[in-house]
Design a protein around this ligand. Structure first.
Ligand code: IPM
Ligand code: MG
Length: 362
């Protein structure tokens, strides 16, 4: 039986509830006879670790993760610690340390979910957003001088390299090519951002030549928000810079019914390092510790993790189990207007996996 080494990092807030739920579903998959098993190692990094050690994860934390096949992450964010510390000290440290330069965010309206778009059918929204995950507006370049004085100055430089731009665009073209519609929209803002985004457009044109079977267009990021709402069907694969995609993916998740459902993968396409999968919702301090968190975003992230490991069949089983559960309004958590708990939804997905096995055996 194939064994995979998985690191779990629950992090902060509801991450501590949804990551164990994700692990339960992975274990249920093994019990259901999927022909694969997992060796988990849990890392208690995050806000609590910071209060004890003055850092979000140990200096040599990356070394502990290096030999894993994949990482399942919860969320980073603590109401007593500034956000830029929790983010840069843990999640970005892993993303950048392992050069997980492609952030992939699929969006669909799952069965039983009532999305806010009333003028389109659920099938009209089936997108995958590719977010540049290693540079751009999140490159960390910049500084502050004369702090607190009237002459204070601060910069955040968006740094784009030709290598960085080319590799994410190439990844996006390839992903678009693998999807039935072979349709890619390149998000830009080269009308206002007249240096790096102009290079981005040039590289897109250049890379497109290697993908003659992919239909592609360019859209300004502001216009893209309106298009997502008014003409969702005209979009399929979408590629954008780090910050542009950050914003568009929240819109996408909301249009699909809830941030609680949306998954993401921080991927090293070259497989030099482990990739990391996580729900896109944050730590949600308002509901933490109450068993109300929606674990579906984590379960869908598990699906992405399995796909990355090449376990397509197991991934499909978990996805079908998720869809059977979302289809039942009695199993909706609070973010979806329901009253189900994290534990109830988790059990329902595990039961579906077990039932799938019985159906197979019959
Ligand atoms: C996301 C999140 C993060 C980001 C936050 C928590 C800093 O919004 O993964 O989209 O902006 O990258
Ligand atoms: Mg975001």
């Amino acid at each position: 039986m194939k064994t995979y080494k998985i690191a779990t990092i629950p992090g902060d807030g509801i991450g501590k509830e949804v990551v164990p739920a994700g692990r339960e579903v992975m274990e249920a998959l093994t019990t259901a006879g999927a022909g694969l098993r997992f060796e988990f190692e849990n890392f208690g990094w995050g806000g609590d670790y910071y209060r004890q050690h003055g850092m979000m994860m140990p200096e040599d934390g990356l070394d502990a993760l290096r030999g894993k096949d994949a990482i399942l992450f919860g969320s980073a964010g603590d109401n007593q610690i500034p956000d830029h510390i929790t983010l840069w000290g843990l999640r970005l440290k892993i993303c950048q340390g392992f050069d997980q330069y492609a952030n992939v965010r699929p969006t669909r309206i799952l069965p039983g979910i009532d999305g806010p778009l009333k003028r389109c059918a659920a099938e009209d929204l089936n997108w995958i957003i590719v977010r540049e995950n290693s540079e751009g507006e999140y490159s960390g370049v910049g500084g502050r001088v004369h702090q607190g004085h009237p002459i204070e100055a601060a910069t955040d430089v968006s740094m784009m390299t030709r290598v960085g731009v080319e590799r994410i665009l190439r990844f996006a073209f390839k992903l678009a090519q693998s999807r039935p519609r072979k349709l890619l929209t390149v998000i830009t803002k080269s009308n206002a951002q007249r240096h790096a985004m102009v290079m981005w457009d040039e590289v897109a044109l250049q890379v497109s030549k290697d993908f003659p079977d992919v239909t592609w267009d360019k859209e300004l990021v502001d216009a893209a928000t309106a298009r997502m709402v008014n003409r969702p069907k005209t979009l399929d694969t979408i590629v954008a810079t780090n910050l542009h995609a950050d914003i568009l993916s929240d819109l996408a998740a909301a249009l699909a019914g809830s941030l609680g459902i949306a998954p993401t993968g921080n991927i090293d396409p070259e497989r030099r390092y482990p990739s990391m999968f996580e729900p896109i919702h944050g730590s949600a301090f308002d509901i933490m510790g109450r068993g109300l968190a929606n674990p579906v975003g984590t379960f869908w992230s598990v699906v992405m993790l399995l796909e990355h490991l090449g376990e397509q069949q197991a991934a499909q089983r978990v996805m079908s189990a998720i869809e059977a559960v979302t289809a039942n309004p009695a199993l909706h958590t609070r973010d979806l207007g329901g009253t189900a708990t994290t534990a109830e939804v988790t059990k329902a997905v595990c039961d579906q996996l077990a039932a799938g096995r019985q159906a197979e055996a019959a």
